[in-house]
Design a protein. Structure first.
Length: 430
């Protein structure tokens, strides 16, 4: 990164620090991004249907060149996304028959500064399910003729009200990134905005220690790092647990207005409609309003809780639910996708917090929505602070089943559109 760019980022951060001293201000600063080069899902496809394909080729890459060039012709940029959204604003009934695509390469787990061009992730998204299914079927036929292994995710489908399968409104706690996401009034957030370089290589970043780009500056420019997880949600177990736990809590705390909705909000950190849990400064101090072990405090902690530079860990989430919400027997879950430019400082930092009982404060408890893992087993301990009638604070330790299971996933490098095409063009070389 040039010294000029570094100084610009440093000066901009100093400017942002002053914003918190003027709580009525909003941030109105934009960065000029190369919208033609950056893959569009970083900005957000927000289509109602989406599916992911992972293709693993053998050493014979030449035979796959034509089908991958067909994919590269469908790659959708931020400019494409913005153009379509502009049309939708003037014609809300507009429904596209196109299939949008993004693609990238799996990152080597043993050598995270390298990617494997033989392992490719493809994201397909559309307004129409039948159009996406047809495109998927055509691609399956193409790949079946090649020396390759193909893995396909379940069909992602947005739920009414933009909710996920536990019933909570999703997509709320996102970072504000000038030039990349919607402007957000900072009042009440207690945090600084992020910078584009936190999510796209080649732009000013809030992490001065992470300025070295992945794979070299030419390769990473306008690219990003993607984490994909297929997470199964045990909705039946979640609802049954709430029923049991409410009965037991009412026996011990008859003076409190305890309900399934109340307990669900405590576990998540907000009400199902997305409304924050109202709390006084004193309640916030002791976690009486929003518990420190709630999913929100673990996965999107507020900076004022500790001295850790939390803003630097923000991720851009672009996931979508999968499974029929009306079918009680159908598997349900989330195709989790997030973007960042540092796996260690962003996704892995957050994931580690979910499994750390001492984050954000000592003895906070574990995230109730953290995926099952061998370290914690099939149950976890959730710490629920409550105030007795005499004013004393007690910490009710709830042993709860793990509501989320990790099915599969991986780390991927999502390069600029031109760099992806340049890699595909080498497939025909001997």
């Amino acid at each position: 990164m040039s010294s000029q760019t570094f100084e610009f980022g440093k000066n901009f951060r100093n400017f942002l620090k002053g914003i918190l001293n003027s709580p009525k201000q909003s941030v109105h600063v934009d960065f000029k991004l190369d919208d033609n080069e950056i893959q569009g899902n970083i900005f957000g496809f927000n289509k109602p249907f989406q599916v992911l394909l992972k293709v693993m080729f053998n050493e014979d890459l030449a035979s796959s060149e034509s089908v991958l060039k067909n994919i590269s012709e469908k790659l959708t940029s931020i400019k494409n996304v913005k153009s379509y959204r502009k049309k939708r604003r003037s014609n809300p009934e507009l429904i596209s028959s196109e299939v949008w695509a993004n693609a990238g390469f799996e990152i080597d787990k043993e050598n995270p500064d390298k990617f494997d061009r033989k392992k490719i992730l493809i994201i397909l998204s559309s307004d129409r399910k039948e159009v996406l299914e047809k495109e998927l079927e055509n691609l399956k036929k193409e790949f079946e003729r090649l020396p390759a292994e193909l893995k396909i995710s379940p069909m992602g489908q947005r739920l009414p009200g933009n909710k996920e399968h536990f019933g909570f409104k999703d997509g709320i706690s996102q970072p504000f990134v000038p030039g990349l996401t919607k402007k957000k009034n900072l009042v009440g957030y207690g945090e600084l905005p992020n910078l584009p370089g936190d999510y796209i290589f080649g732009y000013p970043s809030s992490r001065e220690e992470d300025q070295t780009p992945f794979f070299g500056s030419l390769a990473s420019k306008n690219g990003s790092l993607l984490v994909y997880l297929q997470l199964k949600q045990n909705t039946k177990e979640f609802d049954e647990y709430l029923t049991r736990a409410v009965i037991e809590l009412k026996k011990k705390y008859s003076d409190l207005k305890i309900s399934k909705g109340w307990l669900a909000a405590k576990l998540m950190g907000r009400w199902k409609d997305g409304t924050p849990i109202e709390q006084t400064e004193s309640e916030n101090k002791y976690g009486l309003g929003c518990p420190f072990s709630s999913h929100i405090h673990k996965a999107y902690p507020r900076r004022k809780l500790n001295t850790i530079p939390i803003t630097k860990s923000r991720i851009l989430r672009r996931g979508i639910p999968y499974g029929d919400s009306q079918d009680k027997k159908a598997e349900k879950g989330l195709l989790f996708i997030c973007y960042q430019t540092s796996l260690k400082s962003q996704f892995e930092f957050i994931y580690g917090n979910m499994l750390d009982s001492d984050f954000p404060l000592p003895n906070s408890g574990f995230d109730p929505f953290g995926p099952k893992n061998s370290r914690l087993g099939n149950t976890t301990i959730f710490t629920l602070p409550l105030r007795n009638q005499d004013g004393t604070i007690v910490h009710e330790l709830l042993e709860i089943p793990k509501f989320v299971e990790l099915i599969t996933g991986g780390y991927f490098f999502m390069p600029s559109i031109s760099y992806f095409n340049s890699i595909i063009n080498t497939f025909g070389e001997k």
